[in-house]
Design a binder for this molecule. Structure first.
Ligand SMILES: Cc1cc2nc3c(=O)[nH]c(=O)nc-3n(C[C@H](O)[C@H](O)[C@H](O)COP(=O)(O)OP(=O)(O)OC[C@H]3O[C@@H](n4cnc5c(N)ncnc54)[C@H](O)[C@@H]3O)c2cc1C
Length: 412
């Protein structure tokens, strides 16, 4: 069967599914993209917009278990767990804690560095093809700390980044003031990395890609998939569709589909929050990470977006926008002139694996089924690369990267 005769269905019109559909189309396949709401305001639309190539350190860091109780009791802290959800979270949490050892941490960091080493080029190439290069701001990424002690606590992570070839220039208070005059004295020192860029509007990228796919013959289908087997799928409204190859890129819901192919895994949603301030009253040039308080701000086309936080509460609990408000309070400490009025609050579901590495693989039992999900905090960053790799796997080509760290069976 030639590429042109092979029907590939991609499940999920988030940024990862869109990039998979894009690369499969470019490789000559007949592509169908299916989502319960292809235009909907999903995680890929409202995130912080970073192509964060330097952000390669896995979440389960050695010593994190000692920090978790402190985070949980801090109302402005970066992590919250709804107690009622704990029994469901446990399969993920126990693997997360098991992964928080020096050897796994180092191996995970190296795997992410290898995966993301082409991320910037993959974004640039994709943007050029769809004629939307201006969406990406190639400014560097700024990390700030409240004190030298706070920065020193993360020195090992920065050294590891440097070892893996990533850029990191140390900054003192004076240098920060020169780069970002809006940052008050709370930002004492930091790093600047060139391995960073950000989108002015991640939704514009999703909309642009969807439009490109539609114009180039990809069939866009609205439907919620409820059942799957190796040759076909069934949607909630009764559509039955057949495929030759299937790509599961359904974000935080992907495990519900992979389980139907005999590939269960403890995927979780790390819910994250932000507020976009249309009139922030400050001018900001760089996407900035407030490292000790674990939140970020991004100068977006529509305002200043301030967000972050990790909340474990499952896929169905209503959002708790007190998390967004807590992040604004933290931001006011760093930006004395910040105007927090009139902001738009948002929540998204990061598809998260216990070791922070995505799943990029084929099904163990169904070799015509491929997986592209679990990118956690880095789904936008890794999307263009993952899409390229999936198209190469479907073609039977060697992607030139060791995919063992990303296999679906690693949690069994
Ligand atoms: C606050 C916050 C800030 C973030 N900032 C960044 C950042 O700066 N940089 C970065 O790289 N990443 C960031 N992320 C992470 C990033 O947004 C996600 O990793 C990424 O959007 C995930 O994309 P996805 O395509 O895998 O999933 P999604 O965008 O969730 O898309 C999955 C799609 O699958 C569909 N779907 C699911 N199940 C079914 C089904 N059964 N049938 C049909 N359709 C289905 C859904 O409707 C959805 O449209 C952030 C996340 C949050 C929450």
């Amino acid at each position: 069967m030639t590429e042109g005769e092979t029907r590939v269905t991609v499940v999920g019109a988030g940024i990862v599914g869109l990039c998979c559909a894009f690369h499969l189309l470019r490789s000559g396949y007949r592509v169908t993209l299916i989502d319960r709401d292809p235009q909907g305001d999903r995680t890929s639309h409202g995130n912080a917009g970073a192509v964060a190539v330097a952000e390669i350190l896995p979440m389960p860091a050695p010593g994190i278990a000692r920090k978790i109780p402190g985070f949980l009791f801090d109302p402005l802290g970066p992590l919250s767990i709804r107690l009622r959800y704990l029994p469901w979270l446990w399969p993920y949490l126990r693997r997360f804690l098991a992964a928080a050892n020096p050897a796994d941490y180092k191996a995970g960091t190296a795997a992410m560095a290898a995966l993301l080493s082409t991320a910037m080029d993959d974004h640039e190439a994709l943007l050029q093809t769809i004629g939307m290069s201006s969406l990406l701001n190639r400014t560097s990424g700024l990390f700030v700390y409240r004190s030298e002690a706070g920065r020193a606590a993360e020195d090992a992570g920065w050294a590891l980044r440097r070892e893996l070839g990533l850029d990191a220039e140390p900054l003192d208070r004076k240098a920060i003031e020169a780069l970002e005059p809006a940052l008050g004295p709370e930002a004492q020192c930091g790093y600047l990395t060139q391995d960073w860029a950000h989108y002015g509007d991640p939704k514009a990228l999703c909309d642009g890609l969807l439009d490109y796919l539609r114009r180039h013959g990809v069939e866009i289908v609205t439907g919620e998939i409820v059942r799957l087997d190796g040759v076909g799928l069934l949607t909630a409204d009764g559509q039955h569709r057949e495929f030759d190859r299937l790509v599961v890129a359904a974000g935080a819901w992907s495990h519900r589909l992979s389980a139907q192919f005999g590939d269960p895994l403890p995927l979780e949603t790390e819910r994250g929050y932000n507020t976009t301030l249309p009139n922030p009253g400050v001018s900001v040039n760089h996407m900035t990470t407030f490292a000790e308080d674990q939140f970020v701000m991004t100068p977006m086309d529509m305002g200043l977006r301030i967000g972050g936080a990790v909340e474990f509460a499952g896929l169905n609990a209503p959002p708790n926008y007190n998390r967004s408000k807590a992040l604004l309070k933290l931001a006011e400490r760093y930006l004395p002139s910040l105007n927090t009025q009139g902001g738009a609050e948002w929540m998204g579901n990061r598809p998260s694996t216990p070791d922070s590495l995505p799943v990029i693989d084929r099904s163990v039992r169904h070799p015509n089924v491929y997986y592209a999900f679990g990118h956690g905090h880095l789904g936008l960053t890794g999307s263009a690369t993952t899409g390229r790799i999936i198209a190469e796997l479907v073609q039977g080509r060697d992607p030139g990267l060791d995919l063992m760290p990303f296999r679906v069976s690693r949690f069994n």
